[in-house]
Design a protein around this ligand. Structure first.
Ligand code: FE2
Length: 376
């Protein structure tokens, strides 16, 4: 590549009409929000933050917000059938519904994006309580997934008006997860370029990296991916679509079981991947394993790294290097019964890429799991 990712991001930063300050929260629609919140506290080390439900004036839902450093997850469930939230869960299973983005001006974000062709899912609304006000607006993206724009500069409360502080006697320790590094969307056959254009035209993102089926293919399956990023690099959305292979690809398996396009994985950043993954594994988070041979020539491939090889090997952590540094990463197995959503844990040491050097070993590990499910 002729310019580094950093250079291209910098060039783009000057023309950004939708300045995003980062991910505000990720909201999941789930069948049982109370138990989901408990799982993310227990397994991932999130802390109780806020609750909304009939007791707080929200008659139709129960919603729990949990937090770890700059990461906020929200689990929401409907209390009755026959509404769009219940239908969403029936169709997709538990999944990511809202990728909420922090902005300085949620009205302007909505006006700029809808003027460029975005479909509104939430006209700007001001939510108020004793702690101030939050302006929220939203647009649709792939599948039934939405982006919300959250303007909270005039708000001092824990999460959002409508929620109350969630005090709990159960407060398991954190695991060192820090913030959302990127969120990946799986889209249907031949839909990738449509969504690349959406992020370019409607949201002012740029395509900073592309992978085709020559980069990402194994004996059986392939996928194509384009990484979309804001000018400041705070928000990155890789978009995957399936590619022709001998057998069913992982993206096709996702599309079949999610019943459409949706968020495939959320990558969570840590400052110490060995400590974080040690903690996550001890709390029951299951990770994909690559064969031990992956480590035999690792240092020849990636050069010198700060970490000792043995713990990386024991935990199954992968390493890749680009022109700006290296990164360490590991991928969980799907976190629910459908083979849909999973998490990546990532520690960046200079690298701004996504682990292309690990794709083959990783996808072969995914295919071993698909085969066990009879979906290859
Ligand atoms: Fe990723």
């Amino acid at each position: 590549m002729s310019h580094s990712i950093a250079t291209r991001l910098q060039q783009h930063a000057n023309t950004d009409f939708l300045p995003l300050e980062g991910t505000d929260y990720v909201e999941f629609y789930v069948g049982n929000a109370k138990q989901a919140a408990h799982f993310y506290k227990t397994a991932f080390g999130f802390q109780s933050l806020a609750y909304a439900g009939p007791e707080t004036g929200m008659k139709e839902i129960a919603s729990y917000a949990v937090r770890q450093n700059k990461l906020t997850f929200v689990f929401t469930t409907p209390l009755r059938p026959g509404n769009s939230m219940a239908d969403h869960i029936y169709k997709h299973g538990d999944g990511v519904k809202v990728l909420a983005l922090r902005v300085d001006d949620a009205r302007k974000a909505w006006t700029e994006t809808t003027a460029r062709g975005a479909v509104s899912c939430k006209d700007p609304v001001v939510l108020k309580d004793d702690h101030g006000e939050v302006v929220v607006s939203g647009i649709r993206t792939y599948g039934e997934t939405d982006h919300y724009f959250i303007e909270r500069k005039n708000y001092k409360g824990d999460f959002l008006p409508g929620y109350q502080t969630w005090e709990s006697n159960y407060n398991p320790p954190e695991t060192g997860l820090q913030y959302v590094d990127h969120c990946v969307g799986n889209v249907g056959w031949h839909q990738m370029d449509k969504w690349v254009k959406f992020y370019e035209d409607v949201m002012g993102f740029r395509n900073i990296l592309s992978f085709d089926d020559n980069d990402i293919s194994t004996e059986y399956s392939a996928l194509m991916s384009k990484v979309m990023s804001t000018g400041n690099g705070y928000v990155k959305f890789p978009i995957n679509e399936p590619a022709e292979g001998k057998k069913k690809s992982q993206v096709e398996e996702y599309l079949e079981f999610y019943n459409g396009e949706g968020c495939q994985h959320v990558a969570l950043a840590t400052n110490n991947i060995i400590e974080t993954v040690t903690a996550l594994q001890s709390r029951g988070v299951e990770f994909l394993k690559v064969p031990p041979a992956y480590y035999d020539d690792l240092l020849d491939r990636v050069g010198e790294i700060d970490e000792a090889l043995e713990p990386l090997k024991q935990l199954g952590i992968l390493v890749d290097r680009d022109e700006e540094g290296y990164l360490l990463q590991i991928f969980s197995k799907p976190v629910e019964d459908r083979p849909t959503l999973f998490f990546e844990i990532i520690q960046r040491k200079g690298a701004k890429s996504f682990g292309k050097g690990n794709f083959k070993a990783l996808f072969e590990a995914i295919e071993r799991e698909q085969e066990k499910r009879g979906n290859l």
